[in-house]
Design a protein around this ligand. Structure first.
Ligand SMILES: N[C@@H](CCC(=O)N[C@@H](CS)C(=O)NCC(=O)O)C(=O)O
Length: 284
């Protein structure tokens, strides 16, 4: 098992100022984040499908958006898992062996077999734990294709601007980044109105694939706003998306997986990027 990410797991200042990011329950309890979720206090009675958590092993960094969405999917399904925090800046041998092509987190090891790429992992989770659990991908093939389209759009359009605002390079300057992000959010605002059909989520009455894909970036959008001193997810411009984000971030499966915005800012200031080899360079 890997070492936990140094200094990020427990005992840090817990001030909360908005409802987007209720802090991780394990962090609030002062417990390390690399424990299994078998003690999760998730209230949803449907989430009781106990599995042997050692069969499901997620490797990642708790603040990575692509990791967050995998944890949300597992929580939605009520699947127990062990979360192993990778050391920032140091790729473990198991990670390199499990994802030799991209060498990136997250990786889900299911019965020891690696599944890579977060959206592929979410789809895998939905397919493997299909019976008696909430459905994540739309059942109708056309709707499913539309949701996949928008999930890909989210991953193509949001990260570059967020990276720029975090001061990590990217495709342009701060103003351009705000403009790019706003243009993408405008399209997502319109997509929400169309796809949700007046219901709470992109998935309708229940949290679906596109909800999971997009909400995993919300923490970093809020952090980028704080770091760059700009307003992006603006209620006046994107009323439906902002209301959606509030609703979804309060959902037990999501609230448990998304750290508070301050934690993202802290992470960003401390480590810069997930790749920057600044800490634990000697760790095994
Ligand atoms: N498309 C990938 C992106 C994964 C990704 O970019 N992971 C980042 C952390 S958020 C990473 O591992 N970065 C390390 C690196 O680029 O070497 C996915 O959805 O899983």
């Amino acid at each position: 098992m890997l070492e936990k990410e140094a200094g990020l797991a427990a005992g840090q200042d817990d001030a909360r100022e908005d409802v987007y990011h209720r802090d991780n329950k394990r962090e609030r309890a002062g417990q390390p984040s690399s424990l299994s979720n078998s003690n999760s206090t998730t209230a949803d009675p449907a989430l009781t499908r106990a599995k042997n958590c050692s069969d499901n092993n997620v490797r990642g960094v708790g603040r990575a958006p692509y990791v967050i969405r995998v944890l949300i999917a597992l929580k939605l399904k009520g699947i127990e898992y062990e979360f192993v925090e990778e050391v920032v800046g140091k790729k473990s041998e198991l990670l390199l062996k499990s994802n030799p092509v991209h060498k990136k987190i997250p990786v889900l090891l299911h019965h020891g077999k690696p599944i890579c790429e977060s959206l592929v992992i979410v789809q895998y989770i939905d397919e493997v734990w299909s019976s008696g659990a909430p459905v994540i991908l739309p059942v109708d093939p056309y709707t499913r294709a539309v949701h996949r389209f928008w999930a890909q759009f989210v991953d193509d359009k949001l990260p570059p601007g967020i990276r720029t605002l975090r001061g990590m390079g990217g495709d342009g300057d701060k103003d351009q980044a705000v403009e790019q992000l706003s243009a993408a959010l405008q399209l997502l605002e319109e997509a929400f109105v169309k796809l949700s059909q007046g219901k709470n989520y992109f998935g309708g009455d229940s949290v679906g694939y596109l909800d999971v894909a997009l909400v995993s970036h919300v923490g970093w959008v809020k952090a980028a706003e704080k770091i760059a001193g700009v307003s992006i997810l603006d209620k006046a411009k994107f009323p439906n998306l902002v209301a959606w984000a509030h609703r979804l971030c309060a959902h037990p499966a999501v609230a448990d997986a998304i750290p508070h915005a301050d934690k993202f800012v802290e992470f960003s200031l401390k480590y810069g990027s997930f790749t920057k080899p600044t800490i634990n360079s000697g760790a095994k």
